[in-house]
Design a binder for this molecule. Structure first.
Ligand SMILES: *[C@@H]1O[C@H](CO)[C@@H](O)[C@H](O)[C@H]1NC(C)=O
Length: 372
């Protein structure tokens, strides 16, 4: 029979596979059996896994920053991509690996096990921001359980811009457990705020981040912890685009008095300077929240430059006016003409009285003083 060798080879192949298939099947069965035993039956996912329910369950917390996405100065919010490692000891779900083909860890669906659920109280989006039924969890044979929910957290953050653009900001995230302090004891994990997965942000550096556990006398309030960040702005962008140009411009605007007084360029030069400073004022205030309780020093600086420039413009205009006055008698005539015109305007209410009061001494100065 020509087909016999083939059949023999086929049977041999099946026979050599058989033991491993049997082993795999048994391991698979064991895992399946273990999983079913650990997630159903007497295990209630809503009950803390401690034998004596009057004892608190210690939950260790480690906060991991993945990246700082954005700081929005105008809205005063911080977007950060991060996850939290919660670990605790499950007193109920333990097994002997020897009875289950040396399986030491299972990864149950989180909805099948108790987990320390949290909300963020200063979130600007959803409060319950973990899509926590999708985040994997693990249980080891000795009860060590781990759950690492993460998300993009968008939280509000009270910022202080006094030293803008050399400012530091402190942002906090408030986490509240669903369980009370009597039920859950929050403890810091060994490492805190590990940054090894951190990708840097172009505008901000994280100086440090810590976890603070809140504990209160009343043990019936929800257990809570705060994650605190210290952020330092990288000032280079604003230094090169705003601060240095401003300082140079303030030096330039004092050059107005170097120009020859006959050319009439002084007024246009100082007006140009005034305009460009107004532009910088708009750039800086566009970056900052519109609030008046904390005032950035740089705004005061730009404002004082603005006032100085206004004085320069006034001085240049007056100087030009005085310089081009041909003679004393004509000036006196001009002054009296102006006075007559003003009186007429005042009587017909065309010019507000206050501006007349301001203008009269100016004309007086140019008409009667020593600019000859
Ligand atoms: C639970 O713990 C409390 C306090 O430690 C103790 O008084 C109580 O007897 C314990 N209950 C059980 C059922 O072991």
């Amino acid at each position: 029979m020509p087909r016999r060798p083939l059949n023999t080879a086929f049977l041999l192949a099946i026979a050599s596979c058989l033991p491993s298939v049997v082993l795999m099947t048994s391991s698979y069965d064991d895992y399946s059996r273990l999983y079913t035993e650990m997630t159903t039956g007497r295990y209630n996912p809503h009950t803390r896994p401690v034998r004596n329910q009057s004892h608190p369950l210690t939950v260790y917390v480690i906060f991991h920053i993945v990246s700082l996405l954005r700081i929005n100065e105008l809205d005063q919010t911080m977007d950060i991509n991060a996850y939290i490692d919660f670990s605790w000891n499950d007193e109920i779900r333990t097994w002997d690996p020897a009875c289950y083909s040396d399986i030491t860890v299972i990864r149950p669906d989180p909805s099948h096990m108790w987990r320390p659920r949290n909300i963020i109280s200063n979130s600007v989006g959803k409060s319950d921001i973990f899509e926590d039924n999708y985040i994997p969890a693990s249980i080891k044979y000795n009860g060590e359980s781990k759950w690492s929910p993460g998300s993009v957290f968008s939280t509000s953050c009270d910022m202080d811009f006094t030293y803008f653009p050399f400012d530091q900001q402190e942002c906090r995230m408030f986490f509240f457990f669903y369980n009370s302090e009597r039920e859950v004891k929050v403890t810091k994990g060994q490492q805190e705020g590990r940054l090894f997965t951190y990708s840097t942000n172009g505008e901000w550096d994280i100086v440090f981040s810590t976890i603070e556990i809140i504990s209160s006398v009343n043990k019936d309030v929800p257990a809570a912890f705060i994650v605190r960040f210290k952020l330092q702005r990288r000032p280079d962008f604003f230094v090169f685009n705003v601060v240095i140009p401003l300082v140079i411009m303030s030096a330039l605007s004092s050059l107005v008095f170097v120009l020859p007084e006959t050319s009439g360029e002084r007024a246009s030069f100082s007006t140009t300077m005034l305009l460009s400073q107004t532009f910088f004022m708009g750039t800086v205030t566009g970056e900052l929240p519109h609030r008046s309780d904390t005032f950035p020093i740089i705004v005061f600086y730009i404002f004082s430059l603005f006032i100085l420039n206004c004085i320069c413009v006034i001085a240049a205009v007056l100087q030009l006016r005085c310089h081009t006055r041909p003679s004393k008698s004509v000036a006196s005539k001009t002054y009296s003409d102006v006075k007559t015109a003003h009186t007429a305007a005042f009587q017909s209410n065309k010019i507000p009285f206050s501006s007349q009061l301001a203008l009269v001494p100016v004309y007086k100065y140019c008409g009667l003083s020593t600019c000859s």
